[in-house]
Design a protein around this ligand. Sequence first.
Ligand code: ZN
Length: 87
Amino acid sequence: MSVLRAVRMLLSLRCEESTRIMSDDYEREISGIERWAVRLHFISCRACRRFRRQIAFLQQAARTHLQFSTILPAERRDRIARRINGD
Ligand SMILES: [Zn+2]
């Protein structure tokens, strides 16, 4: 990522990009610039702070449900748990 693009991302991240990066964080290693851009965006955006709490809640709920679920075979539960945990 170019320096100019990094600075622009840090200073003008929009909600669509912010939520995409937060979602991506569960599926891939996001860059330091992306992480800081989202943190700066949080200062002025209540909606994205709320979105972050909601996806964290959903991830925890999925993790807890999976832990106690007996519907799925253990192998599938383990595979899904690894996916949720980003292993
Ligand atoms: Zn936002």
